[in-house]
Design a protein around this ligand. Sequence first.
Ligand code: ZN
Length: 456
Amino acid sequence: MLLIDDLTVVTMDERRRILTAAAIVIDGQRIVAVDSGDKLREQYPHADLLDGNGMVAIPGLIDTHAHTDQTLLRGLGDQMHWMPFLDDVVEPYLANRDPADGVLANQLAMLEMLRGGTTCFVSPNVDPRDDYAGLTEATGQLGIRAILGRFITPGDGPDTSRNAKTTVADTAAKMRDWHGAADGLVSMWFGLMVPRVAGDAEHPAFYEAVADEAARMDVGIVYHFCSEFEDAVHIQNTYGVRPAEWSRDNFALGPNVLLINACWVTPLEIEIIAESGSHIAHSPVANMKMATGVLPVPDVLAGGVNVSLGTDGALNNNSYDMFAEMKTACLLQNSVRRNSCALTAQTALEMATLHGARAVGREHELGSLQPGKYADIVLVDLRHSHTIPVHDIVSNLVFASNGSNVHTVFVAGKKVVEAGQALGISEADLLVRAESRAEQVRADLGLTAVNTWPVS
Ligand SMILES: [Zn+2]
């Protein structure tokens, strides 16, 4: 049992209490008490003590849209619209990369995430050819929660129920090998693809089989949805319905479905998504950088849809910084609505914690600092020049903090970051390996940075 003392605890409980002179008691992987330090020291006299040293405890941040395999290409997707971006950069990378580079890229992303206070992420497009043993080992080594959306595509045969069931059962069997691995840190989801451009076929029997199997396995389904103006128009022109109607009619909505982006949803679609219980992962930095569109977050939230946050990836963000994501989410809505309270810091922090936990179907055990939940705890040190003074703690967390404020991180009760350094891996060694492989990966893909300097 461990008692972390001398904390300010942003509980994110039902009343959103912020406790000062507080402590958290952890037993194994779970939180058993959050209360005043005086009280808990008396109540748990034999617990090991950790001096929180005046830091702020927040729940681990949950990044619900993170292409963690992209880190080796950081900076090579700048100034691109989505279609040359997917065709010229993402697809060639997915098709050609060495699985060992995929693991290395994931390790680098996981390291960045943990150091930035992210304790759980959803990677939506994990390729069937990826090294799942390596990914699982890296997850356990670094000690982060990884939800891997394993890409699944329809088989070659006709879209019959029988064919679809065989295809899905085959993938599900492979997913079961890794679901729950690394002491439960790894979860396997279905990473679906739906029609987005001309030439993409639809496969209703396949989508139904995926939905059935996901329900049977009690896992999620994640896919890119209504992200771009063009893919929404494609659905409308081809099928005569809006994307949410198409998804509803093709078994691709539900409480275990996480929709990525949804920038172009209409009021009708907000109703459909809310009714289905599906969730939306909002990635404002990447959406703004690629000029994708603007999810009307206040309308979607008011419509009863759960909206979480995600960073997207190193190619179009170009980082996995959830503090930046929270801040940008607010700035984007305030800016386009010309309303300085369109999206508040409080709502952004909810989106990065509670809403993220709900989006991954784990609201009962993640997303807040309460007894019974997993001890996924981030200790933030606000005593830096950019976060002093602290008149409003949530304002400082969302609008002023960044990853450098993260001091200590626990995931499932295990300390994985201390004094800003990851404990499960040699950071220096990882950085050297990543830098040296990245140059080769870039050269193999024939990619060049958009570099206009020096001017001629
Ligand atoms: Zn994405």
